[in-house]
Design a protein around this ligand. Structure first.
Ligand SMILES: Cc1cc2nc3c(=O)[nH]c(=O)nc-3n(C[C@H](O)[C@H](O)[C@H](O)COP(=O)(O)OP(=O)(O)OC[C@H]3O[C@@H](n4cnc5c(N)ncnc54)[C@H](O)[C@@H]3O)c2cc1C
Length: 423
């Protein structure tokens, strides 16, 4: 390694969304100081490139109004304060200054904000160009494995993997991310680095993740996506509910409605050790059993000789009615008038509250966010560690996780910008 890399005033560890903005902010606020961005992969922003399915949902219009309602974790209060310092409008102007135009989603979820190009590459390219413009030294293929703090001199020494060299710095900003998609670089190594300083790590768990829930319905409907009502129960108690897309998969359930509920489920399964978790699916979202009963009674009067399966096929995907009838031991030839009252109730119950047991969440390779990380109560509002002067944090490494919809990247931008001020 080039020995000239050895000392910098400010070193940012981790070249993801938060790290890139932290490095830009550090140079902007401290133009007289040398800044290095150290990244273990060969490229910066690999996770950013896959975000929003490659479209990069980089913020959300709703961030303007009480941002804290979209965040969880011990750093929730911290996030509220950070978004006061660098809010939605600051995020938009930051990118606008870099030449990146943003626009809300045109149809569907109109609060989600994307680059007008709909390409994450646009955002990464602009950040890389700005790093160069600001004169940040970008050091890729360098993995930090340990940080030592010299209390007397108030400097840091960064030990590197596969190298006898080390980097020293006056200030360190740790932006090593969470633990999801380890193949893209962040594998939780940052937690180990800061444990040495006595920082508490809130046990990381997966969030925004599909459910393992092998069931006969998913097998039949594999690949089908539907808008459903989803109620999540832990030990028979309703703990969360949602209406949105559900995708039936070979292993269980996915889709935006499931991912949005998955944080609550993950806490129960992966933190609290609860095993009795279940969802009830409503194939007629927004309607209840009584509404459906009225409709069914109307059909019974007007079309008594139609088969039940044909009646249901008018409002459900083709394979679904037959499958549900099979579960209930009702033959496909059964006419509406032939159903007993009990069978009608059982059918309507299955259509509005179809029970599926959740056995687990999927793993780190499929989760979008990490819930957990460096305890937010141990971090000042400047994002400096309360334990180690000169050590700052930003992004997903902190125990702050946002809702789906551009909130996690918003946190990366805002916390990165505030940390880079080194206040
Ligand atoms: C599939 C997917 C889709 C997503 N889509 C969205 C979306 O549309 N909108 C949204 O808001 N959020 C989305 N997210 C979440 C969002 O991408 C993350 O919250 C955000 O990237 C976190 O930024 P970060 O900089 O904190 O961490 P990261 O982006 O993970 O960056 C951390 C960096 O640190 C590097 N690093 C780690 N350890 C070391 C070390 N020891 N030495 C040197 N370098 C190190 C890593 O290689 C990595 O480059 C998505 C996540 C995934 C996985």
């Amino acid at each position: 390694m080039d020995t000239s890399l050895k000392h910098f005033d400010i070193v940012v560890i981790g070249g993801g969304a938060a790290g890139m903005v932290a490095a830009i902010s550090a140079r902007t606020h401290h133009p007289d100081k040398t800044v290095a961005l150290v990244e273990k992969s060969s490229e910066l922003g690999r996770k950013l490139l896959v975000s929003g399915a490659g479209r990069c949902n980089l913020t959300n219009l709703q961030l303007e109004d009480k941002p804290e309602q979209f965040f969880e974790g011990t750093g929730k209060d911290l996030a509220k304060k950070i978004f006061k310092c660098f809010d939605y409008n600051n995020i938009v102007s930051f990118f606008s200054d870099l030449g990146v135009r943003l626009a809300p989603e045109k149809k569907g979820e109109q609060n989600k904000v994307f680059p007008v190009t709909q390409q994450a590459k646009t955002v990464l390219n602009a950040l890389e160009a700005e790093l160069a413009h600001q004169g940040v030294s970008v050091l890729t293929n360098i993995e930090v494995i340990n940080i030592q703090h010299n209390k007397k001199a108030n400097t840091f020494r960064l030990q590197l993997k596969k190298s006898d060299e080390s980097i020293s710095a006056k200030h360190v900003i740790l932006t090593t991310g969470g633990q999801t998609y380890p193949i893209l670089g962040s594998d939780g190594a940052g937690y180990e680095i800061v444990k040495v300083f006595g920082h508490k790590i809130i046990a990381p768990i997966v969030s925004a993740v599909p459910f393992e829930a092998k069931n006969a319905l998913s097998q039949v409907l594999q690949g089908v996506k539907m808008e459903l009502g989803v109620k999540l129960f832990s030990k028979e108690k309703l703990i969360a509910e949602n209406i949105g897309d559900v995708i039936f998969t070979k292993y269980g359930l996915s889709g935006s409605a499931i991912l949005e509920l998955s944080r609550v489920a993950s806490v129960e399964l992966n933190r609290n050790g609860v095993r009795d978790l279940m969802v009830k699916l409503n194939f007629y979202p927004g309607e209840n059993m009584a509404d459906l009963k009225k409709w069914f009674e109307k059909m019974l009067k007007s079309r008594p000789n139609k088969t039940v399966v044909d009646i249901l096929r008018g409002s459900l995907p083709f394979n679904l009615p037959g499958t549900i009838l099979k579960f209930l031991d009702i033959s496909l030839e059964t006419k509406v008038s032939e159903l007993t009252k009990q069978k009608i109730d059982a059918l309507l119950e299955s259509l509005t509250a179809f029970e599926i047991k959740i056995t687990a969440t999927r793993g780190w390779d499929e989760a979008e966010f990490t819930a957990g990380g460096v305890d937010g109560s141990e971090i000042k509002v400047t994002l400096e560690s309360k334990k180690v002067p000169g050590l700052y944090f930003a992004g997903e490494v902190i125990d702050v996780d946002g809702a789906i919809g551009g909130f996690n990247l918003s946190w990366a931008w805002s916390s990165g910008f505030v940390a880079g001020k080194l206040e």
